[in-house]
Design a binder for this molecule. Sequence first.
Ligand code: SF4
Ligand code: SF4
Ligand code: SF4
Length: 482
Amino acid sequence: MPALANNELRIVGFLCNWCSYGGADTAGVARASQPTDLRIIRVPCSGRVDPLFVLKALLNGADGVLVSGCHPRDCHYGTGNFYARRRLEVLKRFLPILGIDPARFSYTWVSASEGQRWQKVVSRFTEEIHALGPAPRFEAVEPLAKACSWTQESKGPVSVISPELLEQLKKAIADKLPELDCVLGWQEGRDLLHSVPLFIRSEDDLTKLRCDATCHNNLVRYLPDLKGQKVGIIVRSCEARSVVQLLQEGLISREELVVFALPCQGLLDLPRLEEALGRYQRLEDLTLTETTLRLRVDGQERVFQTADFRQSRCEQCPGELPAIADQSFGDFSGQTASQTLPPELAFLDSLNLQERMGFWRACMERCILCHACRNSCPMCVCRDQCIAESREPHWQSAEASVKEKFFFQIIHALHLAGRCTGCGECQANCPVGLPIFALRAHLNRIVSELFDGYQAGCDPKAVPPLLTYSQEEAHIHERSWE
Ligand code: SF4
Ligand code: SF4
Ligand code: SF4
């Protein structure tokens, strides 16, 4: 009788058909004693295990998840487990930021002849899950009262483009316009504090062009839809990385693109600024310097320090002249690279697992599932067939529960693993100001740690690390179970 019988927890096992399923069978045929908590799902290859399978199981009540495949170099399909190893290691390191104990997930390799090894793996993993006890349920966890209460520690400036520089840019665009179908820039939105995209098709349109710290839209988001047209685009360093990433993935063509590069010191975080400003009827005037924002609203003067309202993305600015620039304007030497952690991620790092889950629970209560985070993401090129809305396969229910909303965030974050260029658009466009960039920034940190400092969108010739593999991984140290 297995030691833990009648006291089972829910453990899900994804086992590859060719090795680990055979290993479990060998253990069974040999009548090796095993705990009975594991529910086995047979998959063709460990490479078939989408990290979302694991997260869906964990969010839907599994207390632990085990993935097992053929040993490296023994994959029936040659390389499936090499790809799996990268994805599963990223997943394991991703779990803590969600508030899930990484010990609840493990991956390993067991061959069809290794009945004894299978017995050891399943027994030990089950014992570990029992030591942890039943997993906390996301929908039942206490929301963290102080969610979203971090302070902005950045003291950096924000961008101000001089009138002379703006004129130079306009002239360059006007010169190039006859060869182009349109040029993407920004214009004033509903008032002076808000900017929206501008599609410049004539010199008249150029009079509306604006390029300051209120212009947060990442215009690269429109490029895949304009494929086949000759397009110009104004980019700052962070947005240039989105262009490079799309080029890397073959989703846009370099020959159809003219890149106008502008230096940037930082952008304003408008949702936080609006919260500080409160409701107003009329914005009559705006004066912006690198350090001060002066507004006249409803007849009153309001002054803000821009450092208090700088966007999180600017804390991880690549700070350099984009390598793909066809024309550049202004001085890039004052633009400094910064690798400070975004404040929301630093805040999450300071919490324990239970608090982190409570943090996301509190955030998801406010999420209205509008999908603006995904729709504004320049790398979500399949948004018309997003799995979050597909019915075949049916990844998400139409229910707007905190759990479903959280799973949507997890889908988006994991689909951007190794591809997210840190542009911050997802968070900047959230109408309720949720700090969702933290999930993406954490994944970027994991990818950088595991794959020699890799940052998406820096090298047009690089292969994204999750689309390739290495037979020997320098930074992945698998568990031996010995
Ligand atoms: S996930 Fe967010 S930060 Fe990353 S590329 Fe998309 S919009 Fe930009
Ligand atoms: S979340 Fe994933 S499936 Fe949905 S649009 Fe983005 S990349 Fe595509
Ligand atoms: S933009 Fe904000 S509110 Fe809308 S789905 Fe994304 S996280 Fe939720």
